[in-house]
Design a protein around this ligand. Structure first.
Ligand code: GDP
Ligand code: MG
Length: 712
């Protein structure tokens, strides 16, 4: 303990709370540990790239409190990808981020050699750190018994074996970290670089030292690995940049590669140690045996298709009882409120606007919960990473990076987190390309629209090739949107966003039994954003549209004969502000087979897609009984005719509408997040224009071709 330090007091940190950053390779249990220590519930998943943002929390040690920050996993601090940069900033305190007082390096005990590379980097940067040797429960089962004492000796820092699952070793970790905060560990390793490399470093150190006094060598090593032409590092001093370029040029001329020398020297140093790891295992592990089938080009593909079919099957059949329950609940609520309040604007607003409108969207919550539950289950088991591996060849053949698979897949739930997940990609070009096509994936907001449309245009008994028409249409829409996303990637990747392909370096995590608590927590967190959206954007847009359709109130001219309720409703809609707006845009949407009522729905849907459903609910529900269920909405819609008396909602109208929804950029949140992630207005603008144009053209084409074949 440092002389004079007052143990347990904050004096050593000038009265402020000490900060600890949790660093480590992806998928080593950093977030699990963070959640355990701070009682938070950040997202955990059994594949790399789950944490993309820093997450903060507090850890109560005996006698003191520390601030913890969980950061994205990284294999090195070279800062080539956006998530590496987040990690580097948090650990080194660059770019205005406060430098942590201590780093807690989480190491996977079953993958020591690869994991310790980061420890070497931290040690060479003279950062004080403590090693948490995590997954010790798994290591023991595999017969690996790393020796913490030997590791501690090699790096000169404390090492504690822990398990974020069982909680083993966490108390010891708390004590060790407490002691380390009072007397910061001084890492001590000695790597022998080649004389040529030492000469390179000597040339760079003076410039680096000018930027970071006392840390010249650490910054020089880091810069040699990280700085390159076209990187996106903001905080590298220009003089260092120039020097690195000069050193690289000299080395290349001499046939040397400084990056490679640094990396391989570090790995050799780690490999040369005996950390008490058992010698190479005799047979293949259980995960490897599973992978023989699951990654096989034929059986793996078939199993994947089987899993997906099961998923959709579950989605459409298992959720049915719950859907009915929600429907019944809202119709009960509607009639209760309607009966309890005197008739008038307030009654209409609450029943037709709020309850009908929001209810018609919330009805889809059961399906969405189930989708998120199943995806969470597949993720936590480790299967999702295999899928990424299986589709990598396909992805690469169209110019997408293999890692883009995870964001694309998340796009089936919602484009917003999916776009954030593009941070796992190293290159800006790959990130932009992925962002531009992710919104084409069939997100859960389209599900309500498709479900309503197929229920309206296909009779329950209809079937195509023995498959119920409704199911076939849904599956077709999912295939269509996936196909279009891949096609768009192929086109954009060869035109606007051209660039070389780089191979996928994805590690396959071991299969693990998913933890129910983790899966449920993830499902809940994703569903929460759906509910927030329903409670804010969708509610607001629904109310605005309700107002547009309700006002101005239409009074028939004196002398008009007594009107039926339907006629009165139609008159009101036609004369309302929304009705006039719908008519104004009719010329644009007529080629798609849509009438002005659908037009009003489309206008609302540009805020968020689900608003289409609630607008239909409001539009066809106005003036009707409050015990209106969505079955009632369907039959009202089915009865709707065009001006010439033919039915409006034919299968062709339905198809062209679904195609429009599949392709158009109707989501303000998506555009906002693309703007944030790309740091420019150009990309969201491009996204909006290209998707809307595509949607209109494809929908018009569906109409044209349909007419050719005699459909109306
Ligand atoms: P991160 O990527 O480093 O943040 O890792 P996560 O916290 O997301 O965990 C990755 C996976 O490892 C998840 O499936 C966890 O449930 C699992 N995991 C984490 N720590 C342990 C551990 O100590 N023992 C076991 N058996 N599994 C763990
Ligand atoms: Mg994490």
């Amino acid at each position: 303990m440092a002389a004079g330090a007052d143990p347990g007091s904050a004096a050593a940190f000038g009265g402020r709370t000490p900060r600890i950053a949790i660093a480590g390779n992806p998928n080593t249990g950093k977030t699990s540990l963070f959640n355990r220590l701070t009682g938070k519930s950040a997202r955990v998943g059994n594949y790399p790239g789950v944490t993309v943002e820093r997450e903060e929390g507090r850890w109560r040690l005996p006698g003191r409190v520390v601030d913890m920050v969980d950061i994205p996993g990284t294999y090195s601090f070279a800062a080539r990808s956006a998530e590496e940069q987040v990690a580097v900033r948090a650990v080194f305190g660059l770019d205005g981020a406060p430098r942590p007082d201590l780093v807690l390096l989480v190491v996977d005990a079953t993958q020591l050699v690869r994991n310790l590379y980061l420890a070497v980097q931290l040690a060479e940067a003279n950062l004080p750190f403590v090693i948490a040797l995590n997954l010790i429960d798994v290591a023991r089962k595999q017969g690996i018994a790393p020796d913490p004492a030997r590791l501690a000796e090699a790096f000169g820092v404390p090492v504690v074996a822990v398990s974020a699952h069982t909680g083993e070793g966490l108390e010891r970790l708390a004590t060790t970290v407490g002691v380390a905060l009072d007397d910061l560990p001084r890492p001590d390793i000695d790597l022998a670089y080649s004389p040529e490399l030492e000469a390179d470093l000597d040339a760079l150190v003076p410039y680096a030292a000018a930027a970071t006094p006392g840390e010249g060598r650490a910054l020089a090593l880091w810069s040699l690995l990280s700085v390159e032409e076209g990187d996106e590092l903001l905080d590298v001093p220009p003089a260092v940049r120039t020097q690195v370029a000069a050193i690289r040029a000299r080395a290349t001329a001499a046939g040397r590669d400084p990056d490679l020398e640094i990396v391989s020297t570090r790995y050799h140093w780690v490999e040369a140690f005996d950390f008490g790891v058992a010698p190479a295992k005799a047979g293949p592990s259980t995960s490897e045996r599973f992978d023989r089938f699951l990654l096989h080009p034929v059986s793996g593909g078939l199993i994947f298709l089987g899993v997906m079919t099961l998923l959709f099957q579950a989605l459409f059949t298992w959720s049915d009882p719950l859907v009915r329950l929600v429907e019944a609940g809202f119709s009960w609520l509607g009639s209760t409120v309607e009966g309890a309040l005197p008739p008038g604007v307030l009654n209409d607003l609450l029943v037709q606007g709020v309850i009908n409108g929001v209810g018609s969207v919330i009805v889809f919550l059961p399906q969405i919960l189930l989708l998120f539950f199943l995806i969470g289950f597949l993720e936590d088991s480790g299967y999702m990473s295999r899928v990424a591996f299986l589709v990598d060849r396909l992805m690469r053949s169209i110019g997408l990076h293999g890692k883009a698979f995870v964001p694309m897949l998340s796009g089936y739930a919602c484009a917003v987190p999916a776009i954030m997940a593009t941070r796992t990609l190293e290159r800006r070009r790959d990130r932009l390309l992925t962002m531009m096509v992710v919104p084409l994936m069939s997100c859960s907001a389209r599900l309500p629209v498709y479900t309503l449309v197929v229920a309206v245009v296909f009779p329950p008994g209809a079937s195509i090739l023995g498959i119920p028409s409704r199911v076939a249409a849904m599956v077709a829409m999912y295939l269509f949107s996936t196909g279009m996303a891949l096609l768009a990637a192929g086109v954009l990747g060869r035109t606007l966003l051209r660039g070389p392909n780089i191979p996928l370096l994805l590690e396959l995590p071991p299969y693990r039994m998913p933890r129910l608590a983790t899966v449920v927590r993830q499902m809940w967190m994703r569903a929460k954003s759906f509910l927030t959206e329903a409670g804010t954007t969708i509610l607001a847009a629904t109310l605005v549209l309700w107002g547009l359709l309700y006002f101005p109130r239409y009074e028939p001219p004196p002398g008009t004969p007594e009107r039926t309720m339907e006629v009165a409703r139609a008159d009101q809609l036609a004369h309302s502000a929304g009705g006039q707006l719908g008519r104004a845009i009719t010329p644009i949407i007529e080629p798609l087979g849509f009438d002005w009522k659908i037009g009003v729905g489309l206008v609302g849907a540009f805020a968020a897609r689900e608003v289409f459903v609630s607008t239909m609910g409001v539009m066809y529900g106005i003036g009707e009984d409050a015990d209106e269920t969505s079955a009632g909405l369907r039959s009202t819609m089915q009865a709707e005719t065009r001006d010439d008396g033919t039915p409006l909602w034919t299968p062709l109208t339905g198809l062209s509408l679904m195609v429009f929804f599949a392709l158009s950029a109707q989501c303000l949140s998506t555009l906002a997040v693309v703007r944030r992630e790309s740091h420019s207005w150009r990309w969201p603008a491009l996204l909006f224009v290209y998707m809307t144009t595509l949607a209109w053209s494809a929908s018009a084409a569906v109409q044209g071709v349909g007419h050719l074949f005699g459909f109306r």
